[in-house]
Write a protein that binds this ligand. Sequence first.
Ligand code: G6P
Length: 612
Amino acid sequence: MCGIVAYMGNRQAFPILIKGLKRLEYRGYDSAGVALLNNDLKVFKNHGKVSDLENILHDKDLSGNIGIAHTRWATHGEPNQVNAHPHYSESKNLAIIHNGIIENYGSLKEELINRGHSFESQTDTEVLIHLIEDIQINEQVDLQEAVRLALNHVVGAYAIVIIDRNEPNMLIAAKKGSPLVIGVGKDEFFVASDATPIIEYTKNVVYLDDEEVAFLNRNGELKIKTIRNKEKTPYVQKLELQLSAIEKGGYPHFMLKEINEQPRSIKDSMRGRLNAAKGIVTLGGIIDYEQKFVNANRIIIVACGTSWHAALVGEYLLEDLTRIPVEVEYASEFRYRNPVIYEDDIVIAISQSGETADTLAAVELAKSKGATILGVCNVVGSSISRVTHAGSYTHAGPEIGVASTKAFTAQVTILALMALSIADKKGSISKARFYQMLTEMEALPQKVEKALGTNEQILKIAKDFKDATNFLYLGRGYNFPLALEGALKLKEISYIHAEGYPAAEMKHGPIALIDENMPVVVIATRKGSYDKVISNIQEVKARKGIIIAIVSEGDAVVSQMADYVVEIPDTDEAFVPIVASIPLQLLSYHIAVLRGCNVDQPRNLAKSVTVE
Ligand code: G6P
């Protein structure tokens, strides 16, 4: 959601800001804007894409070496030009960009209106910049102090950058809840929602913590204070991200690139953590909490979206191997339903971005009740990874396509490593199965590579079903969460209605939908409840439904019944969700492309959901 970019230095700001906004497009947005300071403080904005903003700027003077820019994902007020950021203060001396939600903006706005302020937009953001200026004038303090004081009145989440017409050598940034990173170059500063707009200029970054305000001066000085006026020493870190990781590298879409990267991303997620020959599984990041984990009476996993599906696979894995009861919760439900949390609970938060607002809030709630919190995040330094007690990064590399692919398989990989390592320490798995599973895991990158070979066949299937209006996905056991994920992938990017179901549950409702127009994708791999799934396939066929079956290599039974058969390499049933993800991801990708959909930035969706 909302993307922030700001620049101050010796270069022209505009090209850096626009390129930065383009790098942040993947987060999801519906309008864009930029403010440039060059004697005058000019704001330009438009609804639509960054290219729509560029289209209205051809004849404008865009010079200046300080500026702020924003992509907005509408929350307060519709996505139009007026509500787009940046927003001016009452005097138009200040401009702000903001990601997050100011929850008490209504009462603040009312007070400000009573004091003579007038507002152009319906946004909470405009209220904040008016409040800052109001404090600056009425309390006769400088802007730095006014920002700090104003943020003490704010309830909600924010990442903000402020520019002042009268201070061409200064930018002010602050954050709470929403992410913000500062790039420190030679005589220049960058500020952004994540590191992607920054890496081609500098690898030195400072991540702001919650309730911190940063004062950036053109002379290279970076001062950080908390909103309670405590000075902080900036901690400069080195980014490990490579530029090539956030570019398409010859693929037509990021999603296809990311699907194809999975042999490597799975390998990277296992690197240094798994040695089958020696029978070793270690997750260095959680080593200090392993004993607590082994002794836990319960594990709770919180997540949203695709990460929630990975959590469900994790439930099956952890219960199967460690025999510790596991509950999987939608973070948004968990945080508001007064859940029972014990001090000896292990809570695992799964999040690709590490910024999902509901997951972050669920973590904070569980932490306040004394539980041990472990994170499984992909983005290094993200908010969730910073508030958890410990965790394991997925190392899938940046995921730009909004529909999650390689992050999902990496999350399942980490959960499998976690389950195996705890089961081994606990003695809840036989040595034979332990070794067998480690060997299978090591083979996963090759098996996933082989599964990518189904691409041409899947493209043909996609052509036959591109005009379908409904899809049903069925699976049992480990393949049930995968059925949910397959359906989610299809609806996210092709806008075809799709539902995932445990195959046996089909009888309790969805079977009523089945006729000759209903494509049913069944994950019918050889292990687990194979025979039962075969019965479910027969039930579909008896009602003339069309079966697209994902089967294990060499399957002779399902092939006789199904209309379309896609073979994938055989593996342990616990790892089928990793290998079988590939044809499901490819199916939704090809159908979406054939329907002319915007695969990487589907309508209404955001990559990083930083508001609840
Ligand atoms: C959004 C994205 C999904 C993602 C979900 C959770 O809805 O579009 O792809 O699965 O958020 O995101 P997280 O970053 O917490 O995994």
